[in-house]
Design a protein around this ligand. Structure first.
Ligand SMILES: [Zn+2]
Length: 216
C-alpha cells in the first residue's frame, strides 16, 4: 500500500510539474528576475496548490490543476484591469519613488520605514556610480530595481561619494574644497565649521565631495 503510493507520487509529481510549467508559460511572464508583490502572492498560492497533490493521497490532481488555472485567470484578469485602472495598479504594485534628483538624495521619504539609504547606496554602487554628482535622476521602480539617468561628462558636478574609501566624515575643516552632506548629498562650496548644519536636512556630518567623471 505504502509502496504503491510512492509510485503514484512519481507520476503525480511529473504531471504537476508539466502543469506548473504550462501555467507559468501561459501567464506571459518571461522570467522571474524581479517580481512585484502581487506576483509573489500569486506564486505563493500556486506553490501550495501545486505541491499538495504531489504527495497527499487525499488531494486529487484535478483539484490542484483547477486551483492553478483559477489563479492564472485571476492573474490575467487583474493584470489587464490594472493597465486601465491606475489606482488598482498602485495598490497591487506600489508606486515608483524618486531617490535622487539633480545629484541630491530625495529626503521627503526620510521617515518612510521602507526607505533605506544604505540600500540605495549599494544599488547605486552596483551601477558604477562613484558619487551623487554624476546622477541627474534615479527612480526606484515598483519591482525594486533602480533606474538611473546620468549627467553627461561635462555636466558632472561635485557630489557625495558612495564608496567607503571616500564616504568618510571630515576631521578637519577643508579649505577651498566642496563638502557633501553625508545624509542628503547637499554640496556646500565652503563649510564654515566642521559640524555645520546642513541647510537642507539639518544633519551635521560632511564628507569631501568628489567630481570625478564616469568611467564606463
Ligand atoms: Zn543634508
Amino acid at each position: 500500500m505504502e509502496d504503491e503510493f510512492l509510485l503514484e507520487i512519481l507520476y503525480r509529481t511529473c504531471i504537476m510539474f508539466v502543469v506548473i510549467l504550462l501555467v507559468l508559460r501561459l501567464s506571459g511572464r518571461r522570467g522571474v528576475r524581479q517580481l512585484t508583490l502581487f506576483e509573489v502572492a500569486i506564486i505563493l498560492g500556486m506553490g501550495s496548490a501545486a505541491g499538495d497533490p504531489m504527495f497527499q493521497e487525499e488531494v486529487p490532481l484535478l483539484y490542484g490543476v483547477t486551483v492553478l488555472f483559477t489563479i492564472l485567470v485571476i492573474y490575467k484578469g487583474v493584470t489587464l484591469l490594472s493597465v486601465r485602472l491606475k489606482f488598482l495598479h498602485e495598490i497591487l504594485e506600489g508606486k515608483s519613488m524618486v531617490i535622487v534628483q539633480e545629484g541630491e538624495f530625495e529626503i521627503k521619504h526620510e521617515k518612510d520605514a521602507d526607505f533605506s539609504q544604505m540600500e540605495f547606496f549599494a544599488e547605486l554602487r552596483n551601477q558604477s556610480v562613484e558619487h551623487l554628482g554624476q546622477v541627474r535622476y534615479a527612480l526606484l521602480e515598483t519591482d525594486a530595481t533602480l533606474s538611473v539617468l546620468f549627467y553627461p561628462d561635462d555636466d558632472v558636478k561635485y557630489g557625495l561619494p558612495l564608496f567607503p574609501n571616500h564616504y568618510k566624515a571630515i576631521k578637519t575643516l577643508p579649505i577651498n574644497k566642496p563638502c557633501a552632506c553625508m545624509f542628503c548629498g547637499r554640496v556646500e562650496e565652503e563649510l564654515l565649521a566642521i559640524d555645520a548644519v546642513c541647510p537642507r536636512c539639518q544633519h551635521k556630518e560632511w564628507a569631501l565631495a568628489l567630481n570625478t567623471k564616469r568611467i564606463s
